[in-house]
Design a protein around this ligand. Structure first.
Ligand code: ADP
Length: 154
């Protein structure tokens, strides 16, 4: 059985923290789908198309990484796409508590799914998309926090 993982998130925008988790997971899985979760009530800061375009660019040379957009429950997306692993990054104990309940509920809803966690590298622990959005909103330079392929002037 092929090991297919989904890395679900908002990626609004992708940061170096996300990129690091995905790159470290490449050797672990046959295929990784980076899936942008969309919610009809929340439009996000960057458009979904723009977020997808940046993700595609960042992983353009990584043949086992693909990018998709989904709505609804992550486990339903997994069932529909033969995904057997959910990949998540853990930064802090707060992340752990949040992820623990989601992971346990997902397992209850879809018993054959396994959630796999990678610990964030220390240099990325303080980083999140909301800090990057704040920097941009206030006219700061966020380039050092996002992967090389991400150009906010695109
Ligand atoms: P959410 O939509 O749940 O807020 P994000 O889009 O921020 O999620 O992130 C998706 C995944 O990336 C989560 O597993 C999260 O823990 C992980 N992640 C976010 N920021 C970082 C970071 N700086 N370093 C490592 N992992 C991260």
């Amino acid at each position: 059985m092929k090991r297919i993982a989904v890395f679900p998130g908002s990626f609004d925008p992708i940061t170096k923290g996300h990129e690091s988790i995905i790159r470290r997971a490449i050797p672990l899985f046959d295929k990784i789908i980076v899936a942008i979760g969309v919610n009809a009530e929340k439009s996000g800061f960057f458009s979904v198309e723009k977020r997808k375009q940046w993700l595609v660019k960042v992983f353009e040379n990584d043949p086992t990484v693909s990018v998709d957009i989904y709505s609804g429950l992550t486990v339903d997306y997994c069932k529909a796409n033969n995904i057997n692993y959910i990949l998540r990054g853990l930064r802090t104990s707060a992340d752990f508590e949040f992820e623990r309940s989601i992971g346990q509920v997902n397992k209850k809803m879809y018993p054959s799914i396994e959630t796999v966690f990678l610990l964030t590298t220390p240099e990325h622990t303080a980083l999140n998309s909301s800090i990057v959005r704040d920097i941009i909103r206030h006219g700061g330079d966020a380039r050092s926090f996002v992967p090389d392929g991400v150009n906010f002037k695109d």
